[in-house]
Design a protein around this ligand. Sequence first.
Ligand code: PMP
Length: 355
Amino acid sequence: MKHNFGAGPGILPNEVLKQAAEGVLNLNGIGLSVLEISHRSVEFEAVLDEAVRLVKELFNVPEGYSVLFLQGGASTQFAMVPYNLLPSDGKAAYVESGVWANKAIKEAKFFGDVQVLATGKENNFKSIPKDFEIPADAAYLHITSNNTIYGTQLHQFPQSPVPLICDMSSDIFSRKVNVADFGLIYAGAQKNMGPAGTTLVIVKDEILGKVDRKIPAMLNYQTQIEGGSMYNTPPVFAIYVSMLTLRWLKAKGGVEAIEKENDAKAAALYAEIDRNPLFKGVCVPEDRSKMNVCFLTENPEHEKPFLKLCEEKDIVGVKGHRSAGGFRASIYNALPITSVHVLIDAMQEFAEKNR
Ligand code: PMP
């Protein structure tokens, strides 16, 4: 078994993969594959309905919100958000907490005035910018809850006088969130929710319909809501496997239970990084992510041999992002704590050998 610390597409529960494989051959014993039935069949409609229900249940989504499974990844949401929510004569507020936030900002500039309230750029995004005032006349405030590349995470969401829009691609369903505090949440599935190919959107209905530009059907939240995520053929397999993963999460005790596990995994790994003289953390401790743990070797020459030791121990996916370097251990929901201990043991063994 490999210990999969990859940043995304990330680890999925083994039992989900087995069920998904079964569904590809024969969905629920109907003698057909999930890949070869109509998306409007009773069987697939049941899959989509259950996926939506599970999102609502696991995240306590209040009345007045719609749950969508769309395509185009979180990157399409970078454009869809301003397309639908930023009037051409209005302005939107953004917090630049990393490269993904920066991409969202670039897309928003196509549609209206964009005010970047704060940026972590000067600090190489090692901390989350927090010192800013939210303009009350902005159409919305856009934030990123977890910065996958740098390993920072927002542990407290800002109180916003305007609709709060959040990219939760890399920490969705990893911790409790009060959905009522948000106007819109989006997340590419491929980290904590399922395979690549679908993007979850949870949107408060009343924030829609306030811009007067014409919006192409596929990029219009209203069309997608009216079509029940089936305006066109939806990404059936990605939705199916997401549904299975959400079922798995529910069976584990839901978000509250997984949050405890995630806290324990992160605490164990950061404790080792702080204790072990050969390694050091990258980010300011108060903003450390519980999903993507970034660290460096004190001695740059130790980087390659440590990576080699990881390989020998079947630890995969720990090399840092090409723009950040060092190491990044992604410890998403499906990664068991036993894998975290294998990594910790490897760090200890490495320190022993290189004393
Ligand atoms: N936002 C964040 C926080 C991400 O980590 C990523 C992908 N790594 C994206 C957006 C882009 O997602 P996608 O590839 O689904 O467009």
